[in-house]
Design a protein around this ligand. Sequence first.
Ligand code: E4P
Length: 277
Amino acid sequence: MKFFLDSADTNEIKGALSFGILDGVTTNPSLIKEAVERKKSKGERINLDSYIRQMLKLCKGKPVSLEVVSSDYKNMLSEAETIFKKYNKVAKNVYVKVPVNPCTDLKCTNQMDGIRVIRKLSEKNIPVNCTLIFTPEQALLAAKAGAKFVSPFVGRIDDYLRETAHIKFDKSDYFPREGWKKGKWVLNDNGIVSGVELIKEISVIFGKQKIKSKILAASIRNTRQVREVAEAGADIATIPFKVLGKIAEHVKTVEGMNKFTKDVVPEYVKLIGAKHR
Ligand code: E4P
């Protein structure tokens, strides 16, 4: 499974790149807002255009997703083309992020505009990351339209299941992959019992249908989900910096390091050229 960073913060991107395991970056309008506000709060001036270019250069050779913001076919298509034309020449690594369905209310009549945009962009060889996926059907549709990446939102489907059942929770709380039992029932959204199961179902369908689009598990909230989406068949997980930094953590690893460093004999220190004693 590939590891992407879910961030538009260049300091976080530099940090994650320094680990040597980063395969790409995803942004969204909220993450860009967060990064801009963080810079401004430190009294730094920000020119968003050069900031985005810097981000793309930092990630040369690794896909970076930049999202459209409108909710109709004409404007999403025009934004997608502008994003690609303006920024792909910087480091040839832009993926345009398009919502599977851009409607901002359930009565809207242009439910398929995201899919139409994806189809048009794929005809023009503009790579698309289809975002805001909450069902296997949406993933199937996005893949059919030509999306290179489909992004199911693992954490947000778990949020939704808890919200609809009026369960209090913290966003980083673990949600059981087999679902939340309530009496005889398991909470579910049209059969989907957790974000991880959503990934698993999409993975099974893509396998059976021989679909080439990559499954990008988004909205990851804790380290256990990283393990579970890998097992469920995600090709990529996009992970926030604070979660990425915790993956290597374990109390027994710390305990083990303390014991080993205490036990080192001086001869061994000399033999391997260790500097710390
Ligand atoms: C990335 O592609 C998504 O926009 C992001 O993972 C959403 O994460 P969130 O649900 O934690 O905001």
